[in-house]
Design a protein. Structure first.
Length: 149
């Protein structure tokens, strides 16, 4: 699984002109389930993401986690993170897991964030044409790959 984690002041996702999900101060996460991923991959990210210390403490040091600051999360499915751009100019997305695998693991990850104690976890809609907006905080952007954890 691949995750792009952005520290945000706020974020929202619109589908067909209506807000489908949002978060305040916390993380906007683009999440990609890759072919071959299992619950073990999701568990690695579930263990790491809510406790990443990328929020500033009273001394301006990144020493606080999303849980420490009472942060919220907006998790967006993003199969294009599996893009293979090695050949030609058109990316191949063959490395992305099919929906039958990706949807349950995406939902498992979101449920894991809730179980970890994140006070609000909103989502977009898997496979929908979504319009995502956010106000970066920092900006701080972290890329995680479960295969590297």
């Amino acid at each position: 699984m691949k995750a792009v984690i952005q520290r945000v002041l706020s974020s929202q996702v619109e589908i067909d002109g209506k807000v489908a999900g949002s978060c305040g101060h916390g993380f906007m996460i683009l999440l990609c389930v890759v072919e071959g991923d299992t619950k073990d991959d999701a568990d690695k990210l579930i263990k790491k993401v809510p406790v990443l210390r990328i929020f500033e403490d009273e001394n301006g040091k990144m020493n606080k986690s999303c849980l420490d600051v009472g942060g919220e999360m907006l998790v967006i499915s993003q199969f294009t993170l599996a893009a293979d751009c090695k050949h030609g100019r058109r990316p191949s997305f063959i490395g992305a897991a099919p929906p039958s695998t990706a949807i349950p693991l995406y939902e498992y990850f979101c449920d894991g964030m809730r179980a970890a104690g994140v006070k609000k976890v909103d989502t977009g809609e898997f496979g929908a044409d979504m319009k995502v907006s956010l106000i970066n905080d920092g900006p701080v952007t972290i890329i995680l790959d479960s295969k590297e954890l």
